[in-house]
Write a protein that binds this ligand. Structure first.
Ligand SMILES: *[C@@H]1O[C@H](CO)[C@@H](O)[C@H](O)[C@H]1NC(C)=O
Length: 384
């Protein structure tokens, strides 16, 4: 077959067109790849930068306070800024060695502890928050009749961990072979197993925190500066009176606990060891002086408001702004978690008008936080 010159030139020109189109495509492709690569390059450092920024912001917000005594303000700003990240790291490490701890063995008391942690979270306390509870609460036993308290407990444990940054520590009973569901199987001496902390503060449940800074201070001050009274743990459990106490877990205490937990140790032997072992706790004084010189009531009981005479002046502003922690304890009332008949509440209310207003505010605050932090209403009191 012979090709005409017209056909040949058409063939050549279409080949040329094809060639250039391909070249155009190829160059476009190369250009695009380069752009993509440079975009990737451009994005990478931004991501790294963003991560770095997020990290330093997190450290800055989680450690708003300096550990112990505040360092003197530096005159040299530039010097200060180069040091600040290192100081933040040191502060973060020190804050990670102290914690607020709650040991809850009775599911009806769990919300009270979650409320305390929720408040510490809201007030931006930089110390760790640790919640100890029976391991059985965390294990789902499929096929068994579900306990309504247990499902509430699981929900609250989840809230504590996710919303309030609480570290969860599931517990075995102190003595092996004891009833796993009995609250008495989880005595406060188990707090001594937290040897990763140098100092812990335990707050009674049924209480509210109004100001966390003075409490943070007693966690971080050198122990020589805390004029605390030292008693042993079983003296405390016997009197059940302290609203707030400090412990410093030691290896020695932890070892005696670990020894007790061995199955071959008889219950009688364990009880003897528990009675003779020293589990010292420190009860800080009720009143303290802040680093800025102002006075603060570290811990008080709501029933003390009843001691204020009707005809004396009570400075309610001072009470509200200068009190860190209040244990809501007003016998015959059973606790702030109960809605009680009006007459019953009236009998426990302080006679001094201003003190009574504060008393109402304390109970209302408790009720509000119970709803905000646990999503629970007050329980209706149905008598003994
Ligand atoms: C009540 O206490 C506040 C805060 O401490 C103080 O500023 C105020 O002057 C006191 N009021 C009276 C009437 O003493």
């Amino acid at each position: 077959m012979l090709l005409t010159s017209g056909q040949i030139s058409a063939g050549i020109s279409s080949f040329v067109v094809f060639l250039f189109t391909s070249l155009l495509f190829l160059s476009g492709y190369v250009l695009q790849q380069r752009t993509v690569h440079s975009l990737q390059q451009a994005i990478k450092p931004v991501q790294a930068q963003a991560q770095h920024n997020a990290q330093s912001v997190q450290i800055a917000t989680s450690v708003p306070k300096t550990f112990g005594n505040a360092p003197a303000a530096s005159e040299n700003e530039a010097h200060q800024s180069t040091l600040s990240s290192k100081e933040d790291d040191i502060a973060a490490e020190k804050w990670s060695q102290v914690a607020y701890v709650q040991l809850v063995a009775d599911p009806t008391k769990l919300c009270a502890s979650v409320m305390l942690f929720g408040t510490l979270h809201d007030l931006k306390s930089p110390a760790h928050r640790v919640l100890m509870f029976p391991k059985t609460w965390a294990i789902t036993q499929s096929g068994e009749v579900s306990d309504p308290y247990l499902s509430t407990s699981r929900r609250l444990l989840k809230i504590a961990a996710k919303r309030y940054g609480v570290i969860l520590k599931p517990l075995d009973p102190l003595l092996s072979g004891t009833d796993e569901s009995a609250p008495s199987s989880y005595p406060l001496s188990l707090l001594y197993s937290l040897t990763e902390y140098t100092r812990l503060i335990h707050l009674s449940s049924s209480s509210i925190i109004l100001d966390s800074s003075p409490l943070d201070n007693i966690l971080t001050f050198p122990s020589s500066q805390i004029d605390a009274e030292t008693i042993s743990l079983d003296a405390l459990t016997a009197s059940a009176s302290s609203s707030l106490f400090l412990i410093s877990p030691s290896q020695e205490n932890h070892q005696s606990l670990a020894f007790l937990q061995q199955p071959q140790v008889s219950k009688a032997a364990a009880t003897t060891i528990l009675e003779t072992a020293k589990f010292p706790i420190n009860i800080p004084p009720a009143h303290a002086i802040n680093p800025d010189g102002s006075h603060v009531t570290l811990s008080t009981m709501s029933s003390s408001l009843r001691n204020i005479r009707e005809d004396t002046f009570f400075n309610s502003t001072a009470f509200w702004t200068e009190t860190a922690f209040v244990h809501l304890w007003d016998p015959p009332l059973r606790g702030p978690e109960y809605e009680v008949p009006r007459e019953m509440k009236q009998s426990a209310r302080p006679r001094n008008q201003d003190a009574a207003k504060i008393w109402d505010m304390l109970y209302d605050t408790y009720k509000g936080r119970r709803y905000d932090h646990c999503g629970l209403e007050l329980d209706i009191w149905r008598g003994d």
